[in-house]
Design a protein around this ligand. Structure first.
Ligand code: ATP
Ligand code: MG
Length: 406
């Protein structure tokens, strides 16, 4: 959807003066000596259709400049930006405006509202420059205003609003357009935490339902980790690492990224599937109590999951005490001894939701897929280790659990 190829941006020097300096051994120093500033340095990346792409970095690292090159507000000094296969540098000013208005909506860091237009007029702006407003447009504007909770302020002017409310007007404007690409520059930085969380959810829903492609700039790493399918970490104009949240936490590219990640709330970023282990013990209902009890003994476990041999769905749990009774009674299979004493969790749930759910039963918390198949388990110790550890061991590929086949 968006291709950025070897893009650099120099401020303070014209292109002719800047271009040769980019080939220097240390372009940043060379540009600096000549009195310019290298804001973005040789960045290449691709954003896929429907992706939630986050750019994160400290103030001045070049995030806004990179974002503004995507919609052509800033022209790269070197390199090319393509949107939907169209290279922006080949377009005339008029064509560029058309692309920008049709396929992109931008939420600016500093609101970007028209002071002499009402909330509703600001929200409808993106629609109006494309065509005459219709009844459907007006409905859409009202929907977008309602989404951000500003219905009572519909006919007020920006100067009557707080910073957070202005930000929500900017967001509503992006919601109202049907642009495929949303470019958002710190859209939530002025919002209260509660509204911020609501906006996160709204944006995630919007992305999934309407298949928007979102490029989102923030300096809040927790926000980046929560929202981003992939996250680009920028430092001094350079792309330092581009990865999923999990991959970045698992393998930071360098010391800078590790230190940068130190403040991440791991319990909200790491998910069940990132810390799950292959189940050590799995039994099938047709097995003999002796066999299962023997395995429990060897693993010093008090219970085992019992899964259907064909569907791999969890049928229940058997406990060591019950198994011993079955052995004494000469019962041939464990099928009659299943109890529903276990908890399951979906793989994408953050660890913070698991904390109160581990350690309650004789079997570890089960990670299941949507059809109830056992994918792995989260023993209490694994959960605590992941929350404490700097680099949690990634989930090992599920080796076959020890199972006797009848
Ligand atoms: N129009 C401009 N003219 C000159 N220098 C600029 C211009 N825009 C940005 N810069 C410089 O380029 C560098 C990167 O700026 P940019 O706004 O992209 O950073 P940022 O990562 O968005 O920072 P913040 O988190 O503070 O918004 C900064 O040093 C900034 O001073
Ligand atoms: Mg910025």
């Amino acid at each position: 959807m968006i291709t950025i190829a070897n893009v650099s941006k120099v401020f303070g020097l014209d292109r002719r003066a800047a271009t040769p300096l980019l080939a220097a051994a240390d372009p940043s120093a060379a540009v600096g000596e000549a009195g310019g500033h290298l804001a973005v340095s040789d960045v290449s990346l691709e954003v896929a259709r429907g992706e939630f792409f986050v750019i994160v970095g400290l103030s001045g690292s070049g995030k806004s400049t990179l974002l503004r090159m995507v919609n052509g507000l800033v022209e790269p000094t070197a390199g090319t930006v393509s949107v939907d296969g169209q290279r922006l540098d080949t377009l005339s000013a008029a064509e560029l405006r058309t692309v920008r208005n049709r396929s992109m909506a931008m939420v600016f860091q500093h609101f970007g509202l028209f002071p002499h237009r009402t909330v509703a007029q600001n929200v409808g702006y993106g629609l109006r420059i494309r065509r005459k407003p219709t009844a459907a447009d007006r409905e859409r504007v009202d929907w977008a205003i309602a989404q951000v909770g500003l219905t009572p302020w519909r006919d007020h002017y920006p100067q009557e609003l707080s910073g957070g409310m202005k930000q929500r007007v900017g967001l509503a404007r992006a919601l109202a357009t049907d642009a495929d690409i949303l470019l958002m520059d710190e859209p939530f930085s002025a919002l209260d935490p509660l509204i911020r969380t609501e906006m996160h959810d709204l944006l995630t829903t919007l992305q999934h339902e309407l298949e928007r492609t979102i490029v989102f700039v923030t300096h809040d790493l927790n926000e980046a980790m929560k929202l981003g399918d992939r996250i680009l970490v920028m430092r001094d104009g350079h792309a330092v690492q581009l990865d999923s949240a999990a991959a970045m936490i698992g393998t930071p590219a360098d010391g800078y990224v590790s230190r940068f990640l130190a403040n991440v709330d791991r319990s909200r970023v790491l998910t069940a599937e990132m810390v799950m282990r292959p189940p050590l013990l799995v039994a099938h209902p047709g097995e003999s109590p002796q066999a299962v009890l023997g395995r429990l003994e060897r693993h010093e476990a008090n219970g085992s999951y019992v899964v259907d041999e064909v569907t791999e769905r969890i049928l229940g749990v058997v406990r060591d005490g019950t198994l011993a009774e079955l052995v004494r009674a000469g019962t041939p299979t464990i099928a009659s001894a299943l109890v529903q004493e276990f908890e399951t969790v979906a793989g994408d749930r953050p660890l913070v939701e698991l904390c109160r759910r581990v350690g309650q039963y004789c079997v570890p918390l089960a990670v299941t897929d949507p059809s109830g198949r056992l994918r792995g388990v989260v023993p209490r110790a694994a959960l605590l280790a992941a929350l404490a550890d700097d680099h949690p061991e990634p989930a090992r590929p599920a080796s076959r659990p020890e199972v006797a086949h009848a």
